[in-house]
Design a protein. Structure first.
Lengths: 297, 387
């Protein structure tokens, strides 16, 4: 392999990982924007998506199973907001964040009991375990294209939704200024439920497309949530497109670090860069300082 | 699913409830208590879950046939979730509160190394179900293990590789106890065996994608084969990623690959993987007069009809661990630690699932090179490797 091909291979590996982190980071952002809460159960949505889809795939064709999983997990997300966070209106954000940690543990344990401790996965969407596509000298699994394609479409659709539809704008209004939004006749509580649902559905979709690559088991959520969280912070909290950049950056950084150093240091490299960025820009690369953000609105 | 839930509940409840029960096991009547530490849940659950099931099955059968020297055996199982910290606290609990006469497990090497000293200090016989050589080398008086040594696995892999004309290897291992111990054995023995290690990398035990590390392997000229040493799901991911990025050299795995589940997860990418393992996985191919054939066939049949899942060598390690302890207890005709230990150390020719055990004061594994067979994957099934 030439140097150029090699660089491309690393880059693709980084982008694949990064796009998964990006989806988690977007999930963090959606809920953070609408409620101010950092939902640390974000990784569990991905796990649930994969688990439900694997189960459904025994009975229905794959596309239906994926759609079903997204629907089920979206409902779980809405239900969580409706049954927990809606009932705790007078609690501080910190309390709510701790509640999300509890929710994450409950979802994990529940999945352990509903399914079991075994690793499972969806079949490859195209080809099988050994298929590989040659792309300008690099070789990748067709599933990687599925991951990148699905996530790109999801991100673009989400961006369109937030920017151009009435509901999407209402959601953004809630995050910018809840009181003004309320005065304008927006039902803030429903918007919050919607943000949980969207975030959960997006996570579930990602959980399905990555399942053939990463495999799905009840404990997979937490490590993804940590990386996704780092990506969200790096990109700047409250900015979904920043989350995409943050996620890709963390993924590519990991791949670059593997190419230069022993692979054992790969997390160290990613987090050192994260810390350095935060020293220079405490609000992330694309985030605005909180004071300035308020002034702008 | 169900046994997990129950054992989880037990391990939670057990810690609070059983503390108030005064221990009466030091007496020479009543059931003999044997402790078990298995990672029934968590990342090493594919080790702990079959071990737990096997152990319960074994004890049930033993008690049905009258127990040991007329006394029933009670198994106290704790789920460590694969965490060394939990293993230490549960081991303390088993020794100090439950006053068990011996402990089997833990499932992983990392956990075992954490409690090795503890069992030695408290003079409690430990028969680990984990494979790393460091568990029994240097020998600790009270610590034994039932799986084959990892150095034997390494030697088998190198021997097979050499026969295929492969001398330049890439070594990959996971960052847990098993991976770290294997990496050391691989690197040390490579020198002695004249193998050249081109690149040696460690990956996270929860890794979900290994294309970047494999790209690095691919970029190093002259790699003729890859040896992977781990017990985590990454074993399947690695096999898939290798084929996907077009790294088409033979893949050798450790004896940690002996679970059909990994083959299923890796699908077509598992074909041709070569690894050393006990004979349980290929019992049908063994000649009728093989000393292990009858025992292996019986265990496999019993396990599979009872739990409706494929038997793995890992469950076999728990089978062997209990077998060894019960044999020692029978021979010692006592539950006194020193006597049990001495009886265990002098056991000879005990046929188990991993091989024929013959212990000595210097050998606390009791298995020789013959306990391994090189296997490969063909049409989604394990079969004996024929060069």
């Amino acid at each position: 392999m030439g140097t150029g091909d090699l660089a491309l291979q690393y880059l693709l590996s980084g982008i694949t990982k990064g796009s998964i982190y990006a989806v988690v980071a977007i999930g963090f952002n959606l809920i953070y924007s609408a409620t101010g809460v950092l939902n640390l159960a974000q990784g569990e949505f991905i796990m649930l998506g994969g688990m439900v889809a694997v189960t459904l795939a025994h009975y229905v064709p794959l596309p239906v199973a994926v759609a079903g999983a997204v629907l089920v997990v979206t409902l779980v997300g809405c239900l969580l907001e409706w049954s927990l966070f809606r009932r705790l209106p007078n609690h501080s954000v910190l309390h709510l964040i701790i509640v999300t940690i509890g929710v994450s543990i409950v979802i994990q344990e529940a999945s352990l009991h509903i399914w079991d401790e075994k690793v499972r996965s969806l079949p490859y969407f195209t080809g099988n375990e050994v298929s590989s596509i040659h792309l300008l000298g690099a070789a990748i699994s067709p599933q990687v294209l599925w991951v990148l394609g699905t996530i790109t479409v999801a991100v673009v659709a989400l961006h369109g939704f937030l920017k151009y539809t009435l509901t999407g704008r209402a959601m953004r209004a809630c995050s910018a200024n809840p009181e003004a939004a309320m005065l304008a006749g927006i039902n803030i509580r429903n918007m919050r439920t919607l943000s949980f649902g969207l975030s959960a559905g997006l996570g579930a979709l990602a959980g399905c497309v990555i399942s053939p690559i990463t495999m799905t088991h009840y404990e997979m959520g937490a490590p993804l949530a940590i990386k996704g969280f780092a990506a969200a912070i790096l990109g700047g909290l409250g900015n979904p497109m920043g989350a995409v950049a943050g996620g890709l950056l963390v993924g590519v950084l990991e791949a670059v670090s593997v190419s230069r150093m022993p692979a054992a240091y790969n997390d160290v490299a990613a987090f050192v860069v994260l810390l350095l960025v935060l020293f220079v820009r405490p609000h992330g690369i694309f985030g605005l300082p909180s004071g300035q953000a308020v002034r702008e609105h | 699913m169900k046994p997990n839930a129950i054992s989880l509940l037990f391990s939670l409840l057990g810690s609070s409830l059983l503390m108030v029960v005064p221990s009466a096991t030091a007496a020479n009547s009543g059931p003999i208590k044997i402790g078990a530490l298995f990672s029934i849940t968590g990342p090493a659950s594919f080790l702990g879950a079959p071990e737990d099931k096997t152990a319960r099955m074994f004890i049930e059968k033993l008690n049905a046939s009258g127990g040991i020297n007329g006394r029933k055996v009670q198994l106290v199982v704790k789920d460590t979730g694969g965490s060394p910290e939990k293993a230490v606290s549960f081991a303390r609990q088993l020794i100090e509160e439950e006053r068990v006469c011996a402990i089997i497990g833990p499932s992983t090497s990392g956990e075992t190394m954490q409690i090795k000293g503890l069992c030695e200090e408290n003079k409690t016989v430990l028969v680990s179900c984990a494979a790393a050589e460091v568990i029994v080398n240097p020998v600790a008086k009270y610590v034994f293990k039932s799986p084959q040594k990892d150095s034997q696995a390494v030697l088998w892999i190198f021997k097979t590789a050499k026969a295929k004309g492969i001398t330049r290897l890439a070594l990959l291992s996971s960052n847990d106890g098993f991976g770290a111990a294997g990496k050391k054995q691989l690197e040390d023995l490579a020198k002695e065996e004249g193998m050249e290690v081109v690149v040696s990398e460690v990956y996270d035990k929860q890794a979900t994608d290994l294309t970047d590390i494999l790209t690095k392997v691919k970029s190093r000229p002259g790699v003729q084969g890859v040896v992977n040493w781990s017990i985590v799901p990454a074993q399947s991911i690695l096999a898939k990623n290798m084929r996907q990025i077009g790294l088409n050299v033979p893949l050798f795995q450790s004896h940690g690959f002996g679970n059909l589940r990994y083959v299923q997860q890796a699908g077509a990418a598992a074909e041709g993987i070569i690894f050393p393992a006990g004979r349980l996985l290929v019992v049908d191919e063994l000649p009728e007069n093989h000393p292990q054939k009858a025992l292996l066939a019986a265990y496999k049949k019993e396990y599979e009809s009872r739990y409706k899942e494929d038997a793995s060598t890992f469950g076999g390690h728990a089978y062997d661990a209990i077998l060894i302890i019960t044999e020692a207890l029978k021979k010692a005709a006592s539950t006194e630690p020193e006597k049990v230990r001495e009886a265990l150390e002098n056991l000879k020719g005990v046929v188990g699932t991993a091989g024929v055990f013959s212990f000595s004061p210097t050998d606390h594994t009791g298995l020789d090179m013959d306990a391994f067979e090189m296997l490969t994957v063909k049409d989604g099934k394990f079969t004996i490797y024929k060069p």
